[in-house]
Ligand binder design. Structure first.
Ligand code: AHR
Length: 503
C-alpha cells in the first residue's frame, strides 16, 4: 500500500441503520430575506397567485427537501402564532426582537402550510416556549390538527382550511439554553415547561411527535449537563432531542476547517450517550432519537450583519456567500449524518433561502444555487436506504485544533433502488488518492452506473448571480473500475464524490 492508498471495506450485513426521509430537511425562519423575498415575494414575475416564488419552489423540489422546520429559530421565542393567521390586512406589524427587524405577519402558519403542499414537503413546527407556554402550546395544536367543532378548529376552517393541517412533528421551543434567547431558562425550568406543554399537546393530538431542546451547540459551557438534566425531567414525554451546530473558517485555515466536522461526530456520540444514560437510569424501554434540526456553515456574513439598519423589513441578514471549501464541509457533515442514521432521524440544514442558504435570490431578480446546494442534492437523491458501516484504512493529518483526522471520509448506502452509493471526500489539496473498496457479501456483481465528482482547485471560488454555474459537479467516466469484488477509484484532490453502483 502506498502512502496515500486508502482501503475501504463494505459488508452487506454490517448495517448501521436506515436513513429516514426526514434526514434531508431544512429550516425556514422569519429572518432576513428567507421568507420575504425568498419563499414569498408577491409581485415578482415568477410569483404564483399566493405570492410564492415559483423559481424557488422548483429549486426546492430539485434539492430533494423532505421536511421543513418553521418559523424559528430565535424568532419563535417572541412570536405569537395568532398574529400570522386570518385576514392579512388585520395582521399586526411588530418589532421582532430576536433579529431587530419589523415583522409584517403577511406570511404566517397557513401560508407556510400551503407552501409546503406546493413543494411537497412535510412541515415541522416550533412552538414558542420563550415568552409563551402551556396554553399557546395546546392552542396551536388544536388550531392546526383538530378536525372541527371547537372554537380554534372552527377558526382554522373560517380562515379557509377545512382539512386539519395534520402536523406530526413539533419542537418544544428553540435553543432555550442560550442566554441570547428570548425567555432563556435554566435546564430545570425548561424541562418542567417542556413536560407540561408536551402533556397537553399530546392530549389534543396523541399522534404527534415531540422534539425537546438540547444544547444550542457543543461549545456551550452547560453542554452536556443541560441534556442530562432536561432528559431526567422530560424523557418519558418526548421522542427526540435537538442538536444544533454551525461551523466556520474565520481563521482562514482550510484543513482545520475541514477537520471541524469531527466536532459534529463527537457531539452526536455524546448526546446519544447522554440519552442512553438517562434511559438506563429510568429503566426505560424507550430509545430517544436525535433531531439535528439546525446545521450548516455560518461565518461569512457575521461582520456585515453588525451594520444592518435596525427595524427594517426583511433586511439582507446572514447572507453567507458560500465557496467550494464550504461545500466540502457540508458534504462531510452529510456523511456524518448518514453514518449516524441509527439515531439521527431528523436533520434540517439551516436555512433554505438567502439566510445561510443553498438557494439565493435577488428581490425582483433571479434565483441561483450556491456551492453547498450540490452535495445536499445528491445525498438526498441517492442516500435513502440502509447505511453500511464503512471500515476505512486511511492516512491521517493534524491541524491547529485536531489530530489524526482521516484524509478521506466515506459513507455507503444501499438505496431503495438496489444501488450501492458511495459518498467520498478527499481532503488533500494536493494529492489525488487511489482508493480500493472491497465489497463483501453482496449477492450480485455491481457495475459503475454513474460517477459524480465535485472539485475545484480554488477553495474560495463560488457561484454568484452573475456567474451561477461557476462551480458545479460533473459526471465523469473512467474514474473507477470493478474487478471481482474490488472497486478501484482515483479520487481527485480536494473533491467530493458520489459513486453509484448498480447490479
Ligand atoms: O439559524 C440562525 C439562528 O441560529 C437560529 O435562529 C438560532 O436557532 C440559531 O442560533
Amino acid at each position: 500500500m502506498s502512502d496515500t492508498q486508502v482501503k475501504l471495506y463494505l459488508d452487506r450485513e454490517f448495517v448501521i441503520g436506515k436513513t429516514e426521509p426526514r434526514l434531508f430537511g431544512f429550516f425556514v425562519e422569519h429572518l432576513g430575506r428567507c421568507v420575504y423575498g425568498g419563499l414569498y415575494e408577491p409581485g415578482h414575475k415568477f410569483a404564483d397567485e399566493l405570492g410564492f416564488r415559483k423559481d424557488v419552489i422548483e429549486l426546492v423540489k430539485e434539492l430533494g427537501v423532505t421536511i421543513i422546520r418553521y418559523p424559528g429559530g430565535n424568532f419563535v421565542s417572541g412570536y405569537r402564532w395568532e398574529d400570522g393567521v386570518g385576514p392579512v390586512e388585520k395582521r399586526p406589524k411588530q418589532l421582532e426582537l430576536a433579529w431587530g427587524s419589523i415583522e409584517t405577519n403577511h406570511f404566517g402558519l397557513n401560508e407556510f402550510i400551503q407552501w409546503t403542499r406546493r413543494t411537497v414537503v412535510e412541515p415541522l413546527i416550533t412552538i414558542n416556549l420563550g415568552t409563551r407556554g402551556i396554553d399557546s402550546a395546546r392552542s396551536i395544536v388544536e388550531y392546526c390538527n383538530h378536525p372541527s367543532g371547537t372554537y380554534l378548529s372552527d377558526l382554522r376552517i373560517e380562515h379557509g382550511y377545512k382539512e386539519p393541517h395534520n402536523i406530526k412533528v413539533w419542537c418544544l421551543g428553540n435553543e432555550m439554553d442560550g442566554p441570547w434567547q428570548i425567555g432563556h431558562k435554566s435546564a430545570e425550568d425548561y424541562g418542567k415547561l417542556a413536560v407540561e406543554s408536551a402533556k397537553v399537546m399530546k392530549w389534543v393530538d396523541p399522534s404527534i411527535e415531540l422534539v425537546v431542546c438540547g444544547s444550542s451547540n457543543p461549545y456551550m459551557p452547560t453542554f452536556p449537563q443541560w441534556e442530562a438534566t432536561v432528559l431526567d425531567i422530560a424523557y418519558d414525554y418526548v421522542d427526540y432531542i435537538s442538536l444544533h451546530i454551525y461551523l466556520g473558517n474565520r481563521e482562514d485555515d482550510t484543513m482545520n476547517f475541514l477537520a471541524k466536522v469531527t466536532d459534529m461526530d463527537r457531539y452526536i456520540n455524546t448526546v446519544v450517550a447522554t440519552c442512553d444514560y438517562v434511559k438506563a437510569k429510568k429503566r426505560s424501554k424507550k430509545t430517544l432519537y436525535l433531531s439535528f434540526d439546525e446545521w450548516n456553515v455560518w461565518f461569512h456574513s457575521r461582520e456585515k450583519d453588525k451594520v444592518i439598519e435596525p427595524w427594517s423589513i426583511a433586511p439582507p441578514l446572514l447572507e453567507d456567500v458560500y465557496n467550494f471549501e464550504d461545500a466540502m464541509v457540508v458534504g462531510g457533515m452529510l456523511i456524518t449524518l448518514l453514518n449516524h442514521s441509527d439515531r439521527v432521524k431528523i436533520a434540517c440544514l439551516a436555512q433554505l433561502v438567502n439566510v445561510i442558504a443553498p438557494i439565493m435570490t435577488e428581490n425582483n431578480g433571479p434565483a441561483w444555487r450556491q456551492t453547498i446546494y450540490y452535495p445536499f442534492m445528491y445525498t438526498a437523491r441517492y442516500g435513502k436506504g440502509e447505511v453500511l458501516k464503512p471500515i476505512i484504512q486511511c492516512p491521517v493529518f493534524n491541524t491547529k485544533e485536531f489530530s489524526d483526522i482521516p484524509l478521506v471520509d466515506a459513507s455507503a448506502v444501499l438505496n431503495e433502488d438496489g444501488e450501492l452509493v458511495l459518498f467520498l471526500i478527499n481532503k488533500s489539496m494536493e494529492l489525488s488518492i487511489p482508493l480500493e473498496c472491497v465489497l463483501r457479501g453482496f449477492d450480485k456483481d455491481f457495475y459503475v452506473k454513474k460517477y459524480i465528482v465535485y472539485s475545484s482547485n480554488d477553495p474560495k471560488a463560488g457561484n454568484t448571480k452573475d456567474n451561477p454555474f461557476n462551480i458545479v459537479p460533473r459526471e465523469v467516466e473512467n474514474y473507477c473500475s470493478i474487478t471481482g469484488n474490488t472497486l478501484t477509484i482515483k479520487l481527485e484532490p480536494f473533491s467530493w464524490n458520489a459513486v453509484i453502483l448498480a447490479k
